[in-house]
Design a protein around this ligand. Sequence first.
Ligand code: C2E
Ligand code: MG
Ligand code: MG
Ligand code: MG
Length: 287
Amino acid sequence: VAKADGRGVHRFYQREMHAGAKQRKRTEDDLRVAMSNDELHIAYQPQVSTTTEKIVGYESLIRWTHPSQGAISPEDFIPVAEDVRLIEQIGEWILRKSCMDAAQWPGNARVAVNVSPIQFVNPNFPKVVASALANAQLAPERLELELTESVFLDEGHDTNTMFKTLKRIGVRLALDDFGTGYSALGYLKTAPFDKIKIDQSFIRGAAVVGNRNAAIIKAIVSLAESLYMETTAEGVELKDEIELVKQLGCSHIQGYVYGKPMPHEEVLKQLSGGKGVATAEGHRASR
Ligand code: C2E
Ligand code: MG
Ligand code: MG
Ligand code: MG
């Protein structure tokens, strides 16, 4: 019986894997169509200073509206795009479009663009960045590149040279999703990050009495401050969480409490209104 069960389980996994591969292939094909059919667009989420309560910039987040499936999460299609190297093309498009949009924003608001490790290890990447800035006539300090700890996993690649070249161009660098990936900290000795983004898993529940996340946030802020880096609390949804992360010393906040990702036109409206954003209590809606 055990043997039969085992085989059954094995067959089940094969079928599952096959279905997974088929799904990925379909995502890949659809993604190629999406690129030429204008199905991809960008949404921008405000990033707010804890000291002034004003918006200092927006994170650029890709959105895909599939003609029959509707919205597909970047968490589902970015990994596929990375596997088949479509991310190089998509990433360059996002970078160029984000710079063009940001060049129209009043008050020198910054734009933060997510960069896949696949883009980051390409020796041509700095040229793409410089060209996107020049083309949009955007000052380099208004562009922030968000990288995750995974860029340090590729040991065959000269990460330090890439960092130096990017800093020479004058862009800002942010370490995204800090605390979730790679647990080594040695790279912080030399990597020239301007900012650490504290992953939203540490914000979740942090304002609840006795929750240990607050201690972790405090430690990350202290580490960042000693290294002269700013800190953004990601995924802040509640007013209590604003108060907490302010108290713990985070310099910036990003989260539904200040606004969900929105189209470029809405950013223009928000910024030309000139005021700091309202701190309406966010509801825990799904993304
Ligand atoms: P990320 O870079 O860490 O982006 C933050 C994610 O948290 C976004 O999800 C954002 O919508 C979500 N978020 C922001 N505030 C809140 C909040 O208060 N509550 C909750 N529950 N979520 C919040 P999104 O847009 O679905 O993106 C997911 C991930 O996909 C990103 O994580 C990033 O890793 C990747 N991604 C998105 N756009 C791009 C892109 O243009 N290029 C690359 N390479 N990756 C991207
Ligand atoms: Mg990000
Ligand atoms: Mg993040
Ligand atoms: Mg993330």
